[in-house]
Design a protein around this ligand. Structure first.
Ligand code: GDP
Ligand code: MG
Length: 446
C-alpha cells in the first residue's frame, strides 16, 4: 500500500520542517513505483511525479497530517486533476440526430459498448438507433443485431453486397436517413476494428467522420491491455481527434492506470467505464474511484472508519466469520446484515467506496438491485418466514413462498427476487472464503 510505504519513507519527519528534495526522494520513488505498477505509462509517470515534486517541495509539513498523508493527498489531488473532476457528459447535437461514432481495435468492446450506450441512453429517455458498419465480418453485424434485440433498441440493418469502404459509407448515410425518419434522436455507429491499426481502417474512419460530422467519437479501449491501449488511443486521436474514451473490462483486475495514461496522452476525458458483459454494465466515469484504485486504496479507509463508527463491532465479527465459513450464512443473517447497512446510510454510497475489483464488483450488482427503499420490504419478507426457513432456505417451496408473500404483504415475485439476491450473496461470500480470494485481496494492496 502506497500510504504505508510513504509512512515509512517519512518516519522521521512528522511535524518538523518542510518537504525538501532530500526527504522527498524516497517518497517520490515509491510514488513512481506505485504508478508504474498500476500500469500508468512511464512518460506519464514522469510528468506526474515532476508535478507532484514541484507542488510538494517547500510545503510546510502540516501537523494535522503526517508528511506521508500530506504527500498522498497531493498525489490524489494531482491525479484527480489530470482525470478531470467532473463526470463527462455526452455531447448532443443542437439539430438531431446526435451521431456517436465508436472507434477502437478489435475485441476492445465496441459492439458491446454500443449496445450498453443505447441502453443507457434509452433509460435517459432518448431514442437511439444502432448501425454496424463492420462489413468485413458478417458475424459482427449479426452480433449488434442480437444486442439491439436484447435491449429493444432500433437497428438499421441495410444490405451488404461488397465489403469495402463504399459500402461502409453508404450504410452510414442510409442509417442517418433512417434515424431521422424514425424519429430517433441519436445514431450510434459501431465500426470495424482491426487487430492492429492500419491505413485502410484509418482512412475509413476518416471518411465516416467527414460524412457524419459526429458529435462524439468515442475511443473504446480494453483496460486490461494497458500500454497497448494507450498507444492505439494516441494513434486514433492523431488521425481522428477523439472526443472521449470508454474504458471497458474494468470489472477485471485492471489497475486503472490506462485511464490516467489515455487521458494524459489524448487530453480527452474518459466518459464511461464498462464493468461487465451485461447491457447495464456501463457507468459514467468517476475520477476519484479510479484514482483510489490506481493508488490501491479504494476509499476503503473511509469506509472502514464509517463502518466502525456505526456498526456493532461484535455483531459484524460474528457475521463475518459465519459468512466466510461458506454455508453458515442464513436468511436471518442476511436480514441482520441489511439492518446494519441501514444504520450505515445509503447502501449505494457504501458500495461506491469500495474498489470495483473481483468480488466487490459482484457486490455492486447486488446493491444495484437492493435499493434502500427495498430494504424494509426485504425485512418484512424475512420476518414472515419461520425460523426453520430462515436457516434452511432450500425448504422454501412454492406454497411456502405464497404464504410468505401473503404474510409480508408482498408478492411471490418479490419473495423470489429476494431469494435470488440471497443466493447471489451466498455465492459471493463463498468466493471470498476461498484462499484465492485472500490472495487477490492482498494483490489489491488496500
Ligand atoms: P469489438 O470487437 O470491439 O466490437 O468487441 P466486442 O463488443 O465484441 O467485445 C469483445 C469481448 O469483450 C466480448 O466477449 C464482450 O462480452 C467483452 N466485453 C466488452 N466489454 C466488457 C466489459 O466491460 N467487461 C467484460 N468483462 N467484458 C467485456
Ligand atoms: Mg464489434
Amino acid at each position: 500500500n502506497l500510504s504505508d510505504k510513504l509512512q515509512r519513507a517519512f518516519k522521521s519527519l512528522r511535524g518538523q520542517g518542510k518537504l525538501t528534495p532530500e526527504n522527498m526522494e524516497e517518497a517520490l520513488r515509491e510514488i513512481r513505483l506505485a504508478l508504474l505498477e498500476a500500469d500508468v505509462n512511464f512518460k506519464v509517470v514522469k510528468e506526474v511525479v515532476d508535478r507532484i515534486q514541484y507542488k510538494a517541495l517547500g510545503e510546510d509539513v502540516m501537523t494535522a497530517l503526517s508528511p506521508a498523508e500530506q504527500v498522498v493527498k497531493i498525489v490524489r489531488d494531482e491525479l484527480i486533476a489530470i482525470l478531470g473532476k467532473d463526470t463527462a457528459k455526452v455531447k448532443f447535437a443542437s439539430q438531431p440526430p446526435t451521431i456517436i461514432l465508436m472507434a477502437g481495435l478489435q475485441g476492445s468492446g465496441k459492439t458491446t459498448t454500443s449496445g450498453k450506450l443505447a441502453h443507457w441512453l434509452k433509460n435517459g429517455g432518448h431514442r437511439p438507433m444502432l448501425v454496424s458498419v463492420d462489413v468485413y465480418r458478417p458475424a459482427a453485424r449479426e452480433q449488434l443485431k442480437v444486442v439491439a434485440q436484447a435491449i429493444n433498441a432500433k437497428l438499421y440493418e441495410g444490405k451488404v453486397e461488397e465489403a469495402n469502404t463504399d459500402t461502409v459509407v453508404r450504410l452510414a448515410k442510409e442509417a442517418r436517413r433512417e434515424a431521422i425518419s424514425n424519429g430517433c434522436n441519436i445514431l450510434i455507429v459501431d465500426t470495424a476494428g482491426r487487430l492492429h491499426i492500419d491505413d485502410q481502417l484509418m482512412d475509413e474512419m476518416q471518411h465516416l467522420k467527414t460524412l457524419l460530422n459526429p458529435q462524439e467519437i468515442l475511443f473504446v479501449a480494453d483496460a486490461m491491455t494497458g500500454q497497448d491501449a494507450v498507444n492505439s488511443a494516441k494513434e486514433f486521436h492523431d488521425k481522428l481527434t477523439l472526443t472521449g474514451v470508454v474504458l471497458t473490462k474494468m470489472d477485471g483486475d485492471a489497475r486503472g492506470g490506462a485511464a490516467l495514461s489515455i487521458r494524459q496522452v489524448t487530453g480527452q476525458p474518459i466518459k464511461f467505464i464498462g464493468v461487465g458483459e451485461k447491457y447495464d454494465a456501463l457507468e459514467p466515469f468517476h475520477p476519484d474511484r479510479i484514482v483510489g484504485r490506481i493508488l490501491g486504496m479504494g476509499d476503503v479507509l473511509s469506509l472502514i472508519e464509517k463502518a466502525e463508527a456505526s456498526i456493532d463491532k461484535k455483531k459484524s465479527e460474528e457475521f463475518a466469520s459465519k459468512a466466510l465459513s461458506g454455508d453458515g450464512f442464513s436468511l436471518a443473517d442476511f436480514r441482520d446484515q441489511l439492518k446494519q447497512v441501514k444504520k450505515l446510510g445509503s447502501l449505494q454510497s457504501i458500495i461506491g467506496m469500495l474498489p470495483r475489483i473481483g468480488p466487490f464488483a459482484g457486490l455492486q450488482q447486488v446493491a444495484d438491485k437492493v435499493d434502500d427503499k427495498e430494504l424494509s420490504r426485504v425485512e418484512a419478507i424475512i420476518n414472515s418466514m419461520t425460523p426453520h426457513e430462515r436457516e434452511h432456505h432450500d425448504v422454501i417451496n412454492g406454497s411456502r413462498r405464497k404464504r410468505i408473500a401473503n404474510g409480508s404483504g408482498t408478492s411471490v415475485q418479490e419473495v423470489n427476487q429476494l431469494l435470488r439476491q440471497y443466493s447471489q450473496m451466498r455465492k459471493m461470500f463463498k468466493t471470498m472464503s476461498k484462499p484465492s480470494f485472500a490472495k487477490r485481496l492482498s494483490g489489491m494492496k488496500m
